[in-house]
Design a protein around this ligand. Structure first.
Ligand SMILES: [Zn+2]
Length: 89
């Protein structure tokens, strides 16, 4: 091995934020670090659907969708009411 050109290959602990698994391995990164998903909790390995959503984006989208649906419902009801009143007249 030529001296002075190889990075240090040290023992590190990787923490999975998704399932709190600690993985001990070796890396040239030189420090412990965390990951969002690992082979213990990734849908490909578990076979179960799971959203990796650390920023709450899916929740926000669902909230938006609910509001939009409520508005649509409101419009539809108004239209129905308008039709029934028109028929009544
Ligand atoms: Zn994991």
């Amino acid at each position: 091995m030529k001296a002075g050109i190889h990075p240090k290959y040290e023992k590190v602990t990787i923490k999975c934020v998704g399932c709190n698994t600690l993985i001990e391995t070796r890396s040239t990164k030189g420090q412990n670090f965390s990951i969002d998903v690992c082979s213990h909790c990734h849908p490909f390995y578990t076979g179960r659907q799971k959203f990796v959503d650390s920023a709450g984006r899916i929740e926000r989208f669902q909230q938006k969708w609910k509001i939009a649906e409520a508005k649509q419902k409101g419009k539809a009801e108004k239209a129905e009411k308008a039709e029934t009143t028109e028929k009544a007249e």
